[in-house]
Design a protein around this ligand. Structure first.
Ligand SMILES: N[C@@H](CCC(=O)N[C@@H](CS)C(=O)NCC(=O)O)C(=O)O
Length: 215
């Protein structure tokens, strides 16, 4: 069987979610670098939404990191780490809400960064709305984590992965000070030693232009 492929870039947070999922479910997926800035036509051919990640496996092309996580969870030959939480387990609705909030956080980053590009839009009601949404979301997710965990203490799942990918991109680009969100900081520290998190961390720096493949 051909090797599982994940299309995206090392700094794309949702691509990282898909790569974390592959590792957590016991697959050795290849990261194939693809970005809309570099090969837009190729990307539209792969995914009509023109977004990464997309996963190619066994004749299937799966878009969207959340669906990729579900696909891998359901795949017969997945070998999940013992501590991985199922999306349909006893905490499924808390997981769904936490994951949705963390995805929304991730998306505010993309909208704001997109508007900052040349020619930059510095004043627009939707930009202000996204900036406000980001702050409210960070507070809400930090509140959710006030017991020292986001969904369930001894396990790791989609919500934790998306929270870490979204906040790493913000922390690494010096957009937020994670010490303002002490509960999230605690959870993030806990996962610093998790292989899938450590091995997929991209290089983030201030004023970074996203979507350009690393050399
Ligand atoms: N909901 C999607 C979001 C994917 C997404 O927006 N990816 C960004 C890269 S980080 C992208 O491809 N952006 C291209 C664009 O905005 O045109 C997922 O979780 O996979």
């Amino acid at each position: 069987m051909a090797k599982m492929k994940i299309y995206g870039t090392p700094t794309s947070p949702p691509t990282r979610v898909a790569r974390i999922a592959a590792m957590e479910f016991g697959h050795d997926a290849e990261l194939c670098q693809m970005a809309w800035r570099v090969t837009p036509d190729e990307l539209y051919k792969l995914n009509p939404a023109g977004r990464v990640p997309a996963l190619e496996h066994d004749g299937n092309t799966i878009y969207d990191s959340r669906v990729i996580w579900l696909y891998l969870e359901r795949l017969g030959d997945s070998r999940p780490s013992e501590s991985v939480r199922s999306l349909s387990g006893p905490y499924c609705w808390r997981e769904a809400n936490a994951a949705t909030l963390c995805y929304e956080l991730l998306m505010t980053g993309m909208v704001i960064r997109g508007m900052e590009e040349k020619p930059p839009i510095t004043e627009h009601p939707y930009l202000a709305r996204c900036a406000e949404r980001r702050l409210v979301l960070l507070r809400a997710i930090d509140d959710m984590a006030s017991q020292g965990w986001l969904v369930e203490p001894a396990t790791f799942g989609l919500a934790d992965a998306v929270m870490i990918c979204a906040t790493d991109a913000l922390v690494g680009r010096e957009i937020i000070n994670i010490y303002d969100y002490p509960h999230l900081e605690g959870i993030r520290m806990r996962y610093q030693t998790r292989k899938s998190i450590a091995e997929t961390l991209g290089e983030y720096y201030p004023d970074q232009k996203g979507g350009v493949p690393a050399h």
